[in-house]
Design a protein around this ligand. Structure first.
Ligand SMILES: [Zn+2]
Length: 305
């Protein structure tokens, strides 16, 4: 008999939930834009678990969240203003709960359901959304590291000479240079400096596809620069992990792939072996499906106790 779990994917701006079975099939999906406080996120989760528990029998709750998540379920720095927030501890639910980073959840989902990766023992998933994160799969297993924060590729220092800081205060890390947040800040700055006067308000990330489609030189240079920084990050990953493939997800990749892929690939052109770069095969549900796999893994480990 199939099992069902209640799953969440909490990103920088979007809150998703659903029920997923052990074959990765999703139902009862809810998604809304949200930028709220950790306390309210706890309330959202609690309310949705209570209503979905009427449908999903004996569920495990799987929560994928953008940000640095330790093995104890604490969020060091994450989506929805979570800083040093003990998410797992604050959730007083009647069911077992697992909390993991959203890129790691996506890596679990790709590892299991992406047909192109089934024969590939080692790959790295990189998410480039509001922030940049990663999930490392080695010999078919998600590598979590000593404290659970392995694969945080966004905080690799790429260029300390740049006057750009991430939310953790690192100067010149990949997140500070090429995340959606970083690109958004640069767009706004250019607009304030007098560029793109056709817009009567600050230019934001959501305007970028339109500018690129109009062959705006400045927008193209900005994306090319972000791509080159991401390429430098990918090169570091390759040197340490030697993966078979790099899989990307997140807004900057899914929406801008045709523009950003060539500049990432140009940095990697010097890599003697070459490496496939691809987009996530599971689309926007990848985090929810991965949270379901993490929930199943918790179910199996609890059954052994
Ligand atoms: Zn950083």
């Amino acid at each position: 008999m199939s099992t069902h779990n209640i799953v969440f994917d909490i990103g920088g701006m979007r809150f998703r939930s659903g029920i997923v079975d052990d074959e990765g099939r999703l139902t009862n999906q809810v998604a809304f834009e949200s930028h709220t406080l950790p306390k309210e996120i706890v309330e959202h989760i609690t309310r949705i678990v209570e209503s979905n528990a009427l449908i999903a029998r004996d569920p495990i709750v799987g929560i994928a969240i953008g940000g640095m998540v330790e093995t104890n379920g604490g969020v060091t720095s994450g989506a929805m203003n979570m800083f040093e927030f003990p998410l797992l501890e604050r959730l007083q639910l009647r069911y077992p709960v697992v909390v993991l980073n959203d890129a790691k959840a996506a890596a679990l989902a790709e590892s299991r359901f992406n047909p192109n990766l089934r024969e590939k023992s080692s790959f790295v998933l990189m998410t480039v959304s509001a922030g940049i994160g990663g999930g490392v799969v080695i010999n078919g297993e998600l590598y979590e590291g000593h404290t659970g924060v392995a694969g945080e590729v966004g905080h690799m220092i790429i260029d300390r000479g740049q006057n750009a800081y991430c939310r953790l205060g690192h100067r010149g890390c990949l997140d500070a240079l090429a995340s959606g947040r970083a690109v958004n800040n640069r767009l706004k700055q250019f607009w304030r400096e007098g560029h793109w006067t056709q817009f009567e308000r600050e230019v934001e990330l959501r305007d970028l596809p339109q500018l690129l489609a109009q062959c705006d030189g400045m927008a193209h240079r900005l994306v090319e620069e972000a791509g080159k920084w991401i390429g430098a990050g990918v090169m570091h990953i390759i040197r340490v992990v030697d993966p078979c493939e790099i899989v990307f997800k997140g807004y900057l990749m899914t929406e801008l792939w045709q523009y950003i892929h060539p500049s990432i690939a140009s940095v990697l052109a010097s890599y003697e072996r070459g490496i496939p770069l691809s987009l996530s095969s599971l689309g926007e549900n990848v985090g929810l499906i991965g949270a379901g796999i993490a929930a199943e893994r918790l179910r199996e480990s609890l059954a052994k106790v």
